[in-house]
Design a protein around this ligand. Structure first.
Ligand code: CA
Length: 300
C-alpha cells in the first residue's frame, strides 16, 4: 500500500503544487500527518512566542488522483484514523471565542491511551477527526488555515472514521491533501485549538464524473451535512440554508415556501468552528429525503 510520509506536505491548497504521489480510484492509501503546530510543542514549558507560525497547519500531499478531472466530485472515504499517544492543546491571547479577554498563552500536553484522552481529572472518549482536508481550489492558492469551498481547515467533527466526503474538483487529479488531526473536538472549537495530534489516515478515493457540489458535503450515518464557511457566522448560516432549501425544491419538487417551511422541521444547523479566519457551519439533512445527486450540480 502507498504511504505518504508526513515530510511531504503543503501549507496551501494550490494547482501549482507538484504531486508527491499518484493513486488510482479505489486504491487505499495511508497519509502520515504532523500535528497542527508542526510538532513544535513537546513540552508545556515551550514558549509559545517561539512557535514558527509559518510551520503550522501542514497538510500531507498533494496527491494526484488518477481519473479525476476538473468539474468532477472527488469522493473521499475515511476508512480509519490513528492518533499518537500524546497531543497538545493551546490557548493564545487574541485567539478563540474569547479573543478579547486577558489571559496567558499556555500549552497543555494530553496523554491518550486505549481510546481515552486524559484532561486533568476528566477522561474523554476520543473521536479522531481530520481538521484540514481538501483539494486545489479554483483560485491560485488558499492557505491551509482557511476553510472554503475546496475544503481546507474545516474543523468539522463529522470528518471522522466512517465518513464519506464529497469535494468539488477544480483541477485534473484534484491535488488532495489532509492533516491537522484532532483526537477529540467539540462543535465550535472555542479556545482555538483542540487536542492537536500527529497520526495516520487510511483513505480511499472515488469519483462522480461531471457533477460537483458548490460546498463540501459529508455523508455520515443517516445524514448529509453541507459545510459552509464565511467571515460572518450569520452569513454562513444564510448560505447553508439557501443550499438546502434549493436542494429540497429540486429533490421534492416543492415551492420555495414549502422547502423553506420544511427547513425549520427537518434541517439542523450546527457550528463547526468559530475560531478560524472563516467561521464554519453545517446544514444537516436526513439521507432518506434526498439523493446525493440532489446536492450536486451537473458541469458542462
Ligand atoms: Ca484546524
Amino acid at each position: 500500500m502507498k504511504i505518504v510520509h508526513k515530510d511531504k506536505g503543503v501549507y496551501s491548497f494550490s494547482r501549482f503544487h507538484k504531486p508527491v504521489e499518484y493513486v488510482d480510484l479505489g486504491e487505499p492509501v495511508i497519509l502520515e500527518t504532523e500535528d497542527a503546530v508542526g510538532g513544535q510543542v513537546k513540552s508545556e514549558d515551550t514558549p509559545l512566542e517561539k512557535i514558527d507560525w509559518n510551520r503550522v497547519n501542514k497538510a500531507t500531499g498533494p496527491i494526484y488522483v488518477n481519473g479525476v478531472e476538473a468539474g468532477d466530485t472527488l469522493i473521499v472515504d475515511i476508512l480509519d484514523i490513528d492518533v499518537a499517544s500524546e497531543g497538545v492543546i493551546l490557548v493564545v491571547p487574541g485567539a478563540g471565542a474569547l479573543a478579547q479577554r486577558s489571559f496567558k498563552p499556555k500549552a497543555k500536553l494530553v496523554k491518550i491511551r486505549d481510546g481515552v484522552a486524559f484532561f486533568n481529572d476528566v477522561n474523554l472518549i476520543i473521536k479522531p477527526m481530520i481538521g484540514t482536508i481538501g483539494v486545489a481550489p479554483e483560485v491560485d492558492a488558499i492557505p491551509t488555515a482557511i476553510p472554503y469551498k475546496h475544503g481546507g481547515n474545516l474543523d468539522c467533527i463529522e470528518v471522522c472514521r466512517g465518513a464519506r466526503l464529497y469535494l468539488p474538483v477544480s483541477v485534473d487529479g484534484a491535488l488532495f491533501a489532509a492533516g491537522d488531526l484532532h483526537a477529540v473536538q467539540a462543535d465550535g472549537e472555542l479556545c482555538v485549538s483542540s487536542i492537536e495530534v500527529e497520526g495516520k489516515i487510511l483513505l480511499r478515493f472515488n469519483v462522480v464524473k461531471k457533477w460537483k457540489p458548490e460546498w463540501p458535503i459529508v455523508e455520515l450515518g443517516d445524514h448529509y451535512s453541507v459545510l459552509v464557511a464565511d467571515e460572518d457566522l450569520d452569513r454562513a448560516v444564510e448560505i447553508a440554508t439557501e443550499y438546502v432549501v434549493q436542494t429540497l425544491m429540486k429533490a421534492k419538487k416543492w415551492s420555495f415556501e414549502e422547502a423553506y417551511m420544511f427547513s425549520s422541521l427537518g434541517v439542523n444547523i450546527a457550528v463547526n468552528q468559530v475560531v478560524d479566519p472563516k467561521k464554519g457551519v453545517r446544514a444537516i439533512l436526513p439521507r432518506n429525503l434526498i439523493s446525493i445527486y440532489d446536492l450536486l450540480n451537473p458541469c458542462q
